[in-house]
Ligand binder design. Structure first.
Ligand code: SF4
Length: 251
């Protein structure tokens, strides 16, 4: 069996009760600090590539702050767009929700990013924060909370299987296959009900990440870049797309 298929089988066999036990033993309560929804300084934990920083203080140095970078699946892009349209009463297109994941891209002759990438990242605003992050009196909120992507539902946890993502750098705690990443809400009491809900989402995310990876692998077409209108091609499980989410001609 191919390695990704083997991992997918392991993800489908994960025991949600054991995941909930692990989450309970680590402990977590969201403090609504916004840390997982906003950009961050380069010396904070994170993985945005160099050169993708945001000049948020007008100093001219884009490395001041790295943009929030979180993976979003193609169907989640549409769900978030629908939720944002319902919330704000205006039309949201693909680019309002997602941008090509910058990892693997490099600056072309015109300074714009170019190349092939294999994921979408949530769109960010001028400060490098998630486009759907709202803050009132220091309390963060998500404008698309009920339809937020699985990565948001499950942060700061991940499952340690090959082919699943480990957001925001190294784990700071672990129990069984569950890894916990930098977050001020770790270590707090969590109810069994909340732990079970998180565990179910964590398992769903692990399965979805592997299904997505298999879809990307199987659909990869090295000639897509030649047919694309733009300099960036994003391969997701639905095929090759332009940076604005439209399929590359012929896909
Ligand atoms: S979609 Fe919502 S939960 Fe996810 S990063 Fe953006 S504001 Fe945060």
């Amino acid at each position: 069996m191919e390695p990704l298929e083997a991992e997918l089988e392991r993800a489908r066999d994960l025991d949600a009760g054991e995941l909930a036990d692990a989450i309970e033993s680590i402990g977590f309560e969201c403090t609504r600090c916004g840390g997982c929804c906003t950009g961050y300084a380069p010396d904070e934990p994170g993985g945005a590539p160099a050169g993708e920083g945001v000049d948020d203080d007008g100093s001219g140095d884009p490395a001041d702050r790295e943009p929030h970078t979180a993976t979003v699946f193609p169907d989640e892009v549409r769900a978030v767009a629908g939720a944002a349209e319902a919330e704000f009463g205006e039309s949201y297109d693909w680019r309002d929700v997602a941008r090509p994941m910058p990892f693997g891209l490099s600056a072309g002759d015109d300074g714009e990013l170019a190349g092939e990438t294999f994921e979408w990242a949530l769109a960010t605003d001028d400060c490098g924060d998630c486009a759907f992050y709202e803050e009132t009196d220091g309390q963060g909120a998500c404008a698309v909370h009920d339809d937020r992507p699985l990565i948001c539902q499950t942060y700061p946890f991940s499952v340690a299987l090959d082919g699943t993502s480990q957001p925001m750098g190294e784990a700071v705690d672990e129990a069984g296959v569950v890894r916990a990443h930098e977050c001020e809400g770790l270590g707090r009491d969590i109810s069994r009900e909340d732990a079970e809900e998180l565990a179910a989402s964590l398992k769903e995310r692990a399965v979805r990440e592997l299904e997505e990876a298999i879809g990307v692998r199987d659909g990869y077409d090295p000639t897509a870049a030649d047919r694309a209108d733009g300099d960036v091609v994003v391969f997701d499980s639905e095929g090759a797309k332009e940076a604005d989410g439209t399929p590359v001609d012929g896909d």
